[in-house]
Design a binder for this molecule. Structure first.
Ligand code: PMP
Length: 407
């Protein structure tokens, strides 16, 4: 199906503005996507009509809020094709999901001498929690290398896998380069040595179909704000038997069954991991973001974004001084690049001056930047509301900037 992009753009009020005297061209979608009206309206509607604490209230508003909150859990279950709603835990985001697994599963099950495998492509949030755990436990972090294109070296991965490997945590799609990793193969191979696998889906969940049962991953984490939902909200999927075996993450209200000063018993999953008053409004509004994606269809969104990416890559091929960073065969809509003789930050400022919003820097992937011996890149990342005309503007501007130093 061909999407009606102008109609879609009309659903995003933020896009309708000028920046530095030029129409905004928002191409920082890998940092966060914009929010459609339905999400904004759902937030206002909740606070206007239904604001109430959930699960405990005996009154009508509390009941409405609880049902709406739990409806999102049910939609997320479908979105990820998890088998049970109890396997869906709301978090603050991908970062908290990974920290939760490291602090609970990791603290209980990782021992001295064990090994955890991550990859060179990881975001800092899928590196640092494991470093902290390894330091605490005397475990070892092993790293899958990447090739010149920014793809994982799978043979090296297989060599790293041993009976010492207890956990493999890898990103599904790289936020810095766009590389899509062969996660199904990684999961299968890891399971053969008895390791559990966590997939960082922060960047993949807006673009790729996710089926946690088919993948057979043990944990999957994502952030709502990368798929048109609110910031500060995410999801941790975990297999029931693992979540049940894990100790709680935080103590407080909601996560308990009974508290006495002598002993506390914990609530069932998912509530065991949702201590305190949760982010009710954002969870409820997230429903609308999921429905927005479902209605457009992920395959259609992907087709549009892939077309924009290929169009941009083709247009920029001949530009003198243009250096693409990350040329994997399988990518989501990320165009990372450098211009010979120029600092990424300066390129970002020049693009902003003509209304184009991109990201510059290390993209929270410093070890990956070190691998390519660079400080950072400029990253344009496309979403469903970007147009071919916007890509034309981007490419035109890049060509002009490149000419300044590459005659
Ligand atoms: N992993 C990846 C691949 C990401 O792109 C991001 C966000 N840039 C994160 C993890 C962290 O997500 P959040 O900041 O929403 O917790």
């Amino acid at each position: 199906m061909t999407l009606n992009i102008q109609n879609i753009r009309g659903q995003f009020p933020v896009l309708n503005q000028q920046v530095n005297g030029k129409p905004l061209i928002y191409m920082d979608n890998a940092a966060t996507t914009q929010k459609p009206k339905v999400v904004l309206e759902a937030l206002a509607a909740y606070y206007t009509h239904d604001n109430s604490n959930i699960h405990r209230g005996a009154h009508t508003l509390a009941d409405r809020a609880t049902r709406a909150y739990e409806k999102t859990r049910s939609l997320v279950r479908e979105f990820l094709n998890a088998s049970e709603e109890e396997e869906i835990i709301f978090t603050k985001g991908t970062t908290e999901g990974i920290n939760l697994v490291a602090s609970t599963y990791g603290r209980k099950f990782i021992q001295k001498g064990d090994e955890i495998i991550i990859s060179t492509l990881e975001h800092h949030s899928n590196i640092v929690p494991w470093q902290i755990l390894c330091e605490e436990k005397g475990a070892k972090l092993r790293i899958i290398p990447v090739n010149e294109k920014g793809e994982l070296e799978m043979e090296a991965f297989e060599k790293l896998l041993t009976e010492k490997t207890k956990l493999v945590a890898v990103v599904h799609a790289s936020n810095a380069l766009g590389t899509v990793n062969p996660v199904k193969e990684i999961i299968e191979k890891s399971h053969k040595v008895g390791a559990k696998v966590l997939i960082d889906g922060a960047q993949s969940s807006a673009h790729l179909d996710i089926d946690v049962q088919d993948l057979d991953c043990d944990f999957f984490v994502m952030s709502a704000h990368k798929i048109y939902g609110p910031t500060g909200l995410g999801v941790l999927y975990g297999k029931r038997e693992l979540l049940e075996a894990m100790p709680p993450y935080q103590g407080g209200g909601e996560m308990i069954k009974e508290v006495t000063f002598e002993k506390t018993t914990y609530n069932e999953i998912p509530f065991k991991f949702e201590a305190g008053t949760p982010n009710i409004a954002d969870v409820i509004a997230f429903q609308k973001a999921i429905e927005f994606v479902n209605e457009l269809g992920k395959a259609n969104i992907r087709e549009h974004e892939d077309a924009l990416l290929h169009y941009a890559e083709e247009k920029l091929k001949g530009v003198k001084g243009f250096i693409p960073v990350g040329t994997a065969a399988k990518k989501v809509s990320v165009l990372s690049f450098l211009i010979k003789g120029m600092h990424p930050f300066d390129i970002g400022m020049m693009l902003d001056a003509v209304g184009i919003a991109v990201r510059t820097g290390h993209h929270c992937t410093q070890p990956l930047m070190n691998r390519f011996d660079i400080e950072g890149t400029v990253r344009a990342s496309f979403s469903v509301y970007n147009t071919k005309e916007e890509v034309d503007k981007l490419c035109e501007s890049i060509s002009k900037i490149a000419k300044l130093k590459n005659k």
